[in-house]
Design a protein around this ligand. Structure first.
Ligand code: ATP
Ligand code: MG
Length: 297
């Protein structure tokens, strides 16, 4: 099987094609992102970052070119099929958060879990509280978006994107509304998830401080993508602090233990077969072991 997680082939996006208002937002983008990579795409305002991320995340379709996710050419898929792929595999942090205004922070994070049918309400709530702890927002869990600052809303959006442990995490300026310390905390979280669980991260940003958390950096300018030469990458070398990493991993130990409990419940209630139970349990135990070993004294 190919290691490519996401592949874009000659992707173009033209808004309002054929009208006087026509905008060539993407001009022939080729990109391969392998499983477990952590890439950043940097570029100035209006360069096509959001357009590109929306196409990678199947929120929008290219005007021309192909989009391949996990070996599947999804370019011509119906919206219903795409919605299914997004729910199963993709966590998306929108530039302008897109929280549901009538739901509290906690409910916004809980919702994607409940939609999968894999969690009881109590289980989803507990996991959501842990995710809000990870983004340092637990004490605001019962606030609605309008009662939260921009940075707080952004952190809810990040917790929500991580809720279903997606294979791909796509983030559009994930720290645009955050201060440096909180932003760094978020990038540490992303790095731990990338390194321990192999989740693939694609972050678009104009902030070099965020891009340095990535292991490969591209630049986009006027809808064209350029790879940063390795010698330039050196200046982005960054690792999270041990204290921060340990704190994040301790919360994840709790989350994974809870996952084992809900898995057991799904087996007992007949929602999953014995074979499925054993397979998923094995995976969770492996993750737990990795995390336990990763905690540095
Ligand atoms: N729905 C749309 N209709 C028409 N033009 C659009 C639309 N969305 C974006 N554009 C244009 O496409 C270009 C790329 O926009 P995009 O939002 O991808 O930029 P960006 O790099 O994310 O910018 P920013 O850093 O400001 O978020 C811009 O010129 C923008 O005006
Ligand atoms: Mg944008």
């Amino acid at each position: 099987m190919s290691r490519a997680a996401i592949e874009l082939i000659n992707v173009e996006k033209v808004y309002e094609e054929g009208t006087p208002a026509e905008v060539h937002a993407l001009r022939g983008i080729d990109l391969v992102v392998n499983k477990g990579e952590f890439i950043a795409i940097m570029g100035p305002s209006g360069s096509g970052k959001t357009t590109l991320l929306n196409i990678i995340g199947t929120m929008d379709k290219p005007t021309r070119g192909r989009v391949i996710i996990d070996g599947e050419d999804v370019t011509d898929y119906s919206e219903a099929r795409l919605a299914h792929i997004r729910r199963e595999k993709i966590g998306f942090v929108f530039q302008f958060f897109n929280l549901i205004s009538t739901l509290t922070a906690l409910e916004n994070v809980t919702l994607p879990m409940l939609l999968t049918g894999k969690y009881s309400e109590k289980e989803a709530r507990e996991k959501a509280l842990d995710l809000l702890t990870l983004v340092r927002l637990r004490e605001r869990a019962n606030h609605k978006p309008r009662e939260l600052s921009g940075g707080e809303q952004q952190r809810v959006a990040i917790a929500r994107a991580l809720a279903n442990h997606p294979t791909f995490v796509l983030m559009d300026e994930p720290t645009g509304s955050l201060d440096t310390v909180t932003g760094s905390r978020i990038m540490s979280l992303c790095r731990v998830l990338n390194e321990k669980f192999g989740q693939t991260f694609i972050v678009v940003t104009h902030n070099p401080g965020v891009a340095k958390a990535a292991k490969k950096i591209y630049h986009i300018r006027d809808g064209k993508l350029y790879k940063t030469p390795p010698e330039d990458l050196m200046k982005y070398t960054w690792t999270p602090s041990v204290g921060e990493k340990n704190e994040i991993m301790r919360v994840y130990i709790r989350i994974l233990r809870q996952e084992l409990n809900s898995l057991k419940r799904r087996l007992t209630s007949g929602q999953i077969s014995d074979a499925e139970y054993r397979m998923i349990k094995q995976r969770i135990l492996q993750d737990l072991e990795l995390i336990r070993r990763g905690i540095e004294k």
